[in-house]
Design a protein around this ligand. Structure first.
Ligand code: PMP
Ligand code: GLN
Length: 402
């Protein structure tokens, strides 16, 4: 048979699926793939169930909804933009509802890139960014943030721009680092985008999952960015309903029109009852949004301090579902992938090797990512397993190979 798509043929299964499968195989506690282990808000789940059979929505309530999303959700996305960030977004022409942020990212990249265009990305990157950029024939330009501080390397970022640069992809709050970009960094990035006249695609799926008084600031709110930014949100993260796959893009009219064309070629629409329920979610009181951050912050602290007791060095995380931790103090002889395999098989806890978020050469090999969006009892049980395995002796070579 003839060769199929060379990039996809060469692509492995995502690390999240690999580690989840290993967790099942070994009966391990899964702190790898980022998903909560409890349901989203009752009102939102009930709204989805009700929308399936709500006679007042008419007999077409379960048929194809409008291409860019049901009006009630587009209005809710616009209202959330105004409420949280003071952004005025036209619900009829500047919102595109997608099947998750994953589709939104692909649709935005499809809409904005031609083959040969360069895309500036901050590494570590979320797993789909580089493959999708390459599938579109565009060229990733990676700028690396270094642990433990994950500071923005401003000179390297500025140097990554060339006349072929078409867009910058920014993830804040950032997976896997937990970094929340502050206003000075955002303004530095905005200035580069304006000076080079490029687009920005902003993956803000963790926008409401911020801790310690950190404020999430969309790049779109910074000077010169309103007309060149596509901002992506995810109901999966905001409402702890990751399986629903409802995402939403807010973008200026001209960009939204082309993003809608990409969406038309990808999935065309997103299940209507879930869209209606997410509209109910986005209308929740401010207290809901404040509470999810506060709840997760407590879980972050619980897991990070447990990891520190075991001998890991957890890095600061101010947003997202994740904490990254340096395991080099445990004396393990091997890289992060080997360590994760060892941990899932022997200690019964699954995590994600941070090198999986690097496409460039010489990725850091001493860090693993743990998800803390789990019930406290599960986090405690994971720490207990790790402590039982690592703390008493800190790994010796014989324990590792036993
Ligand atoms: N971007 C980032 C940074 C993520 O961590 C994820 C994973 N949930 C996504 C996008 C995908 O979001 P969704 O599940 O809505 O497709
Ligand atoms: N975003 C999730 C994570 O980073 C995983 C999503 C997926 O499995 N594709 O863990």
């Amino acid at each position: 048979m003839r060769a199929m798509n060379s990039l996809l043929e060469a692509t492995g299964t995502t690390i999240f699926t690999v580690m989840s499968a290993l967790a099942v195989q070994h009966g391990a506690i899964n702190l790898g793939q980022g998903f909560p282990d409890e349901d989203g808000p009752d009102a939102v789940v009930a709204a989805a169930a009700a929308a399936l059979s709500d006679a007042s929505l008419g007999p077409t309530r379960n048929q194809y909804p409008p291409l860019t999303g049901v009006p009630v959700l587009r209005e809710a996305v616009a209202a959330a933009n105004r409420r949280f960030y003071g952004l005025e977004i036209d619900p009829t022409s500047e919102v595109v509802v997608t099947s998750g942020a994953t589709e939104a990212l692909t649709a935005c990249l499809m809409a904005l890139l031609n083959p040969g265009d360069e895309v500036v990305l901050l590494e570590p990157t979320y797993d789909i960014y580089v493959p999708v950029v390459k599938l579109l024939g565009a060229v990733p330009k990676l700028v690396r943030l270094e642990p433990p501080g994950w500071d923005l390397p401003r000179a390297a970022l500025a140097a990554a721009f060339t006349p072929r640069t078409k867009l910058l992809l920014l993830n804040s709050p950032m997976n896997p680092t937990g970094k929340v970009f502050g206003v000075e960094d955002l303004d530095f990035i905005a200035d580069l985008c304006v000076r080079h006249d490029i687009y920005a695609v902003c993956d803000e799926v963790y926008e409401h999952l911020v801790f310690d008084g950190a404020a999430h600031i969309p790049l779109m709110t910074r000077p010169g960015m309103r007309e060149r930014c596509a901002r992506i949100g995810s109901a999966g993260k905001t409402f702890s309903l990751t399986g629903w796959k409802v995402g939403y893009v807010s973008a200026p009219r001209a960009m939204a029109a082309v993003i809608a064309k990409a969406h038309q070629n990808l999935t065309f629409t997103t299940p209507p009852h879930l869209q209606r329920a997410v509209a109910v979610g986005l209308a929740q009181h401010d207290d809901y949004f404040a509470a999810i951050g506060a709840r997760l912050a407590a879980k972050r602290t619980r897991l990070a301090s447990g990891l520190a007791d075991v001998g890991f060095v957890p890095l600061q995380t101010r947003g997202s579902y994740f904490v990254t931790a340096d395991f080099s103090g445990l004396g393990f002889d091997g890289d992060d992938a080997a360590f994760c395999r060892f941990m899932v098989e022997r200690a019964g806890v699954a995590a994600i090797p941070v090198s999986a978020f690097y496409a460039g050469e010489a990725a850091p090999r001493d860090y693993v990512r743990f998800a803390f969006c789990k019930q406290d009892a599960l986090l405690d049980a994971a720490i207990e397993r790790l402590a039982r395995h690592f703390a008493p002796r800190r790994l010796t070579r014989s324990a590792q190979t036993a």
